[in-house]
Ligand binder design. Sequence first.
Ligand SMILES: NC(=O)c1ccc[n+]([C@@H]2O[C@H](COP(=O)([O-])OP(=O)(O)OC[C@H]3O[C@@H](n4cnc5c(N)ncnc54)[C@H](OP(=O)(O)O)[C@@H]3O)[C@@H](O)[C@H]2O)c1
Length: 227
Amino acid sequence: MMNDNPTDALAPLIQSDSSRPYVVAQLGQSLDGRIATPTGASKYINGHGALDFLHHIRANVDAVIVGVGTVLADDPLLTVRRVSGKNPARIIIDPNGRLPRTAKCLSCEDADVYVVSNRQNYDINALKLLHVPSTKDGIDPRAIVNSLFDRGLRRILVEGGANTVSRFIAAGVVDRLYLLVAPMLLGSGQTGLMMPPIDTLDEALRPTTRCYSLGDGDVLFDCCFKN
Ligand SMILES: NC(=O)c1ccc[n+]([C@@H]2O[C@H](COP(=O)([O-])OP(=O)(O)OC[C@H]3O[C@@H](n4cnc5c(N)ncnc54)[C@H](OP(=O)(O)O)[C@@H]3O)[C@@H](O)[C@H]2O)c1
């Protein structure tokens, strides 16, 4: 059944138990699971309702995480602008020091900005460094979440891109995935989620899922991994 009020999907996040981190992830994609064309064009796969919903999520979290690839591609502000609410802290995962110091997300004065790196010698200037050691698969998402929780940042949005969201889901730290699907076929281009391969359908993740209309034909799949 399709539900009409997508902000209802935020109730579990808003009401989540304060004793542990609550992690949501989001991804906007086409019907065929693409987030950009081969040339990187991605603005805007989703319509206004989906953008409003993204800002509603931001307004209800303490921190928003992006990978450095998203900053380099989109230079996002990561603020709450389309709805009322407080700007969350911005967390940029940048193991290799690729973050431009001119990035717009570094300029907001009413929210903390942290850079996550596995390097002790990250050139930090005025930024706050979250040093998180790596495993063979990169920086452990669970260690990032725990480190944020220790700093009072409990409700966390993993906003993108696909690489970063995939790592957090594969690590088993995501409570809910909000998948915003647009009625569009790109046929080629950057894929959305990409996780380690599985051999049988028994190994597939099967979140409990509800659907909401976002308008413009966009559909929100609210996928719950942990009840
Ligand atoms: N559709 C949407 O909802 C949405 C949302 C956001 C972004 N986007 C799009 O997504 C694209 C960018 O996404 P992307 O997947 O290429 O990049 P991304 O996820 O933004 O960033 C990936 C990079 O971040 C670093 N990283 C993230 N997690 C890490 C970890 N656990 N351990 C170590 N390094 C980690 C790595 O940096 P290094 O490479 O330096 O090692 C990695 O290559 C852009 O086209 C953007 O427009 C779409």
